[in-house]
Ligand binder design. Sequence first.
Ligand code: ZN
Length: 296
Amino acid sequence: MGVLRIGPALTIGQVTVERVEELRIPNPIGHFTQDAALVEANRHWLAPHWLDDAGVMDLVFQSFVFEIEGRVVLVDPCTGNGRPNVMPMFDQLDVPFVERIEAAGWRPQDVDIVVCTHLHHDHCGWNTCLRGDKWVPTFPKARYVMQQAEVDRWGRERHLHKPFDMNDGVFERSVQPVLEAGLAELVAGSRAIAPGLAVELAPGHTAGHQMLSVTSAARRALFTGDAFHHPLQLVDPAIPFGWPEDQVVIADLRRRLVERAANEDLLLVAAHLDAPHGIKVSRAGDRLAFTASACA
Ligand SMILES: [Zn+2]
């Protein structure tokens, strides 16, 4: 059937994280920064996975799926099939995404918790799928964990924000049906959601953006959503990319992420980062050292 089988992506203590890809878009480094000296100074840990010989990094649209303490968790369910989008690469996708989840070992009804770091089209699309002419939850037994502030931002408070046409219709197709089905677990701020799992409010990219902390056997990873897109944004937090709603707040968030990763031995896992998906930060004297890693 042509199903793409993807091997384990990450290890967090006793948790093995699988990755389900929807699509990837090559991005020349020039889309992120024009600072050639910065790129060269970091080439040793970026290449080859996040900087190939042509100076390109794939932005990967993917969900992370894993089981922890008997619960199946899916993080950031991509864009979804059959939806209009002003960006041609996201318009009317037809990807065997659910089949890929099944190839990784889980049926949609096995998923217990869906976490949307935020409600851009590429982080909540597969919340739902089309049955007949109706959008219905793809994961019928899941709690969908979203921030109340994010649901408000795209719902009743949308008029307070600048229009963002890439997200037109996303709330109606991918969020409203989950709310109506009673499957949404709306969180205000930061808190534990299950053993080993906690969400943290981390605005900047969007008003109600959150991250997911996963702890197993004293190892910890932080799924940082779109807090950063390119690893260099941890080195220079002010590099703009991906339509952040508040560039000052997101730059400060990146600074704090780097500090925490160094102080707490955290693995940072950005939503769109290709293998090995994670970044570790350590101190070498008074300097910070970054390492690509698939292991918390
Ligand atoms: Zn995104």
